[in-house]
Design a protein around this ligand. Structure first.
Ligand SMILES: [Zn+2]
Ligand SMILES: [Zn+2]
Length: 146
């Protein structure tokens, strides 16, 4: 795959949990196909607040490395955060510049904490006799291995 940012070669890269991403050896950006970022960060969606944030998306000059003719849009990873992800509206893959994965992981972990807190709240409601459905559980976090 050709890197959308520097035109270097973005080669397959295996993460510890079996997600194969594309890693650019030149600029160190990473491409995640649809669903892979969620799998890697153990969140429900690639970008947790995408539905809310799509109206803030800005067109970039970069072309999607998968779709080639589709321009990537820049969208915040989460509401109120300044980490901007390049995202393809066509194939719904995501490009992270060098170092962004660390910030995204930290935000995802915080997002996860919210989920854990939510679960506790739900448990308390259930103990109080309320019926609650649709609880999402998550495994322990895993990291990229090089
Ligand atoms: Zn690159
Ligand atoms: Zn695409």
């Amino acid at each position: 795959m050709q890197c959308p940012k520097c035109s270097g070669e973005a080669a397959d890269f295996n993460t510890s949990d079996g997600v194969v991403v594309n890693f650019c050896r030149v600029c160190h950006g990473i491409w995640f196909d649809r669903g892979e970022l969620a799998l890697y960060c153990e969140t429900e969606h690639d970008l947790p607040d995408l539905d809310l944030l799509l109206n803030q998306a800005r067109l970039t000059p970069y072309l999607c490395p998968r779709c080639e003719r589709t321009q990537l849009v820049e969208v915040p990873y989460m509401t109120g955060e300044d980490v901007l992800i390049d995202w393809c509206p066509q194939c719904r893959g995501a490009w992270l510049d060098a170092g962004e994965i660390t910030k995204v992981e930290a935000l995802a972990a915080r997002h996860e904490l919210h989920a854990v807190r939510l679960q506790r709240g739900i448990r308390q409601l259930e103990e109080a006799g309320f019926g609650v459905v649709g609880v999402v559980t998550r495994d322990k976090k895993r990291r990229l291995v090089s």
